[in-house]
Ligand binder design. Structure first.
Ligand code: SAH
Ligand code: SF4
Ligand code: F3S
Length: 438
């Protein structure tokens, strides 16, 4: 049987990155990537369970892939990631055609699980050790010509926001040693990478538990000295760990790009307190103002939850008014769903679905006009764009991002992909800009 694998990824960038890691492990073992499920001898779903919709998507995908196993009993199906961590052996019982389960800490054991599954052992590996040797033992090699890469610098979360499943499925916070991260970025840069995105569930609490202690800002300073590295990004930050030192970094670390994703969740102090977010509307506003003083062109994006249990109309209005006041560059708005095992799920989910959706629509509508207004302010100005790919539209356009993480499409030669160029913006859209290469 040919060794071909197909991985489908759900969820956040951390999961995307971990799927890349799994690909590398499989390739080291002689597997090659298949281009469809139908061609694969091993199918893997790397899953997410952050909201009900994420979970539902995976169950429907599991329904869809059953036919491949039916057509060929030798195909192995594995389910990994956050939903796998949460459900464990229950998934094996519910889906008899699934062969192996690997939780969020079991990545380094995927090959062993496949090997066991070939012998007929259906194992759910959801052990939760505190550290994972994957990063040091299997250095990540980028694809030839790859210019942008993720680097996981910390994992897990100790915050236990009341609504959130992540600490339950990803375990406690754990930071990689700074020297190991610096070495990894140096070796990425030696290949072809010039932009790195540092990843963590709560990335700016990096170092709170690292030995020897290095703060997140110190890590950024160390990375800034790497020759050949041009852009540094990070995601996702928590307002409670946004130190004045880190805010100042946006003004004095040259390679740090002017963009921060800073989830606000709600504009109501009562809800924020209930969510255990550990900041207030006022302190969040102060941070935004401080960021904009240090880096006037910084783009700020955020996450919002509407319909949290007990959220009144007035509390929802507080969120809406804060959005109007701050004017984020972009927003990800979610309606609350219960996640079993979380604190919020112990309360009745009081807000009717229709009300949640109404609130979601209202905020989305407002944000669309704010995003357009923000992007329109870029028209007539020129920006440094790092070109990453052909534009999704086809038509000979190339696409890249500004330092502030805005997508720019323009006509340009293929030879610009992987390079930086200045673009004069002539048109603004809600989620992107278009312009001319100068
Ligand atoms: N680690 C990141 C991301 C967590 S999940 C952080 O701390 O921000 C991404 C977003 O999903 C969260 O910011 C939140 O807005 C949303 N989310 C998490 N749990 C949710 C739930 N139970 N219902 C609705 N949205 C949720
Ligand atoms: Fe979830 Fe809060 Fe941790 Fe983010 S900080 S992963 S929202 S518990
Ligand atoms: Fe989802 Fe897990 Fe990421 S629950 S959002 S894949 S950390």
């Amino acid at each position: 049987m040919k060794k071909l694998f197909y991985i489908k990824t759900f969820g956040c960038q951390m999961n995307e990155y971990e799927s890349l890691r799994i690909c590398k492990l499989l390739e080291e073992d002689g597997y090659a990537a298949a281009s469809t499920y139908a061609d694969a001898s091993v199918i893997i779903l790397n899953t997410c369970t952050v909201r009900q919709k994420a979970e539902d998507k995976i169950y429907s995908e599991l329904g869809r892939i059953k036919k491949y196993k039916k057509a060929d009993a030798d195909i192995l199906i594995g389910v990994g990631g956050c939903l796998a961590q949460q459900e464990g052996v229950k998934l094996l019982k519910k889906f008899p055609y699934v062969d192996f389960i690997f939780g969020t800490k079991a990545l380094p054991r995927v090959l062993q699980l496949i090997h066991n599954a070939r012998k007929g052992d259906r194992i759910a590996d959801i052990a939760m050790e505190t550290t994972c040797q994957l990063y040091s033992e299997h250095p990540y090699k980028p694809q030839p010509g790859q210019i942008s890469a993720f680097v996981t610098i910390m994992q897990g979360c100790d915050n236990f926001c009341s609504y959130c499943i992540v600490p339950h499925v990803r375990g406690r916070e754990w930071s990689r040693p700074a020297d190991e991260i610096v070495k990894e970025v140096q070796s990425l840069v030696k290949e072809s990478v010039c932009e790195v995105t540092l990843l963590g569930q709560n990335v700016n609490s990096y170092g709170n538990k690292a030995i020897p202690k290095t703060t997140f800002t110190e890590l950024l300073q160390q990375l800034d000295t790497i020759k050949g590295l041009e852009r540094i990004r990070f995601t996702t930050s928590h307002p409670k760990d946004l130190s004045p030192e880190l805010i100042r970094a946006f003004g004095c670390i040259p390679k740090l790009c002017e963009h921060i994703h800073l989830p606000m969740q709600s504009g109501s102090n009562r809800i924020l307190q209930h969510m255990n977010r550990q900041y207030t509307r006022q302190t969040y506003l102060e941070q935004i103002s401080h960021l904009r003083t240090v880096a006037p062109h910084i783009s700020i994006t955020s996450d919002i939850i509407v319909g949290y249990p007990g959220e009144t109309d007035a509390e929802f209005e507080e969120t809406a008014s804060l959005i109007d006041e701050i004017k984020f560059d972009d927003l990800f708005i979610f309606h609350y769903t219960d996640r079993k095992g979380t604190k919020a799920s112990e309360m009745p989910d009081t807000i009717p679905y229709a009300v949640k959706i109404d609130r979601l629509k209202i905020l989305n509508e407002r944000q669309r006009s704010i995003s357009l207004e923000k992007n329109s302010a870029c028209v007539g100005k020129s920006y440094e764009v790092l070109f990453e790919e052909h534009s999704k539209k086809g038509d000979g356009c190339i696409a890249g991002r500004t330092r502030s993480c805005k997508v720019v499409n323009c006509m340009g030669p293929e030879s610009m992909i992987g390079k930086k160029g200045m673009v004069l913006i002539d048109k603004a859209h809600i989620h992107s800009l278009t312009g001319k290469l100068i």
